[in-house]
Design a binder for this molecule. Sequence first.
Ligand SMILES: NC(=O)c1ccc[n+]([C@@H]2O[C@H](COP(=O)([O-])OP(=O)(O)OC[C@H]3O[C@@H](n4cnc5c(N)ncnc54)[C@H](OP(=O)(O)O)[C@@H]3O)[C@@H](O)[C@H]2O)c1
Length: 239
Amino acid sequence: MKVTVLGTGGGARAHIAKLAELGEEVHVGTRDVHATLARTEPDMMGTAPFKDFLAEHPGVELHSFGDAAAASDGLVINGIDGHNAVAALSAIADQLDGKTLIDYAVPFIYRHSPEHPWATPWGIMPKLDPCDSDSLGEQIQRALPRTRVVKSFVTQEQTTVVDPASVGGGDHTMFVAGDDPDAKQQATDLLKAYGWTDILDLGPLVCARGMEMYAHVHSAIGFGPGHQFGGHFGIKVVR
Ligand SMILES: NC(=O)c1ccc[n+]([C@@H]2O[C@H](COP(=O)([O-])OP(=O)(O)OC[C@H]3O[C@@H](n4cnc5c(N)ncnc54)[C@H](OP(=O)(O)O)[C@@H]3O)[C@@H](O)[C@H]2O)c1
């Protein structure tokens, strides 16, 4: 398969590396190829320059967002920063026409001044926007009506998404939500290739609201006093 990952951040890199390991032809999208390759310093999260990552993954191709989307033969993963995803994806709607887009972005707003802040190890907990009565996944679907959007991955830390066996032997749950059954099957097949055995279909894309809001529970579990799990834990729906 020719699979496209839109984004060069830490989450995107986990998928790029795993897809390449699985033998897929991987195309990666960035805003400006020259600017991305020219970076020599780690970003504010300490993530190494993408050029270094590419050198360790020969065969992975870097393009503009639009060219990367066009290179996919059907499956695209969205790892564009949640606050900018709708605008960036809308600009390449034609290249995403008819394709399945698995969205794992979280619509976090990092700069805000809440009356009652929640302190985390990385600063004040970001707020979600949209939240509660809408979701980023639904916003993307409305902006791209000819693309089949599936929400997934977002309830797990990125390295666990691509290596579920690294936590509890893999006995935990991953979710998918979307309005197109065939697109959800594609996402499910990818998750199985990653090693997931418990994949729970939540139904329509409106359930992306629950997945995105789970980000706060994920932080509460991971960084609660005395837990020190970081992001390395799974959740299991017992039924
Ligand atoms: N397990 C999970 O589901 C999981 C894990 C990690 C992160 N996330 C979420 O997934 C999203 C991506 O996270 P990440 O850590 O991989 O990367 P990130 O650092 O949040 O985002 C990096 C990507 O966003 C693009 N970007 C930044 N500002 C932009 C703008 N103004 N216009 C267009 N594109 C822009 C960057 O483009 P360039 O390539 O040009 O720099 C880069 O490709 C976030 O919403 C994050 O919260 C989810």
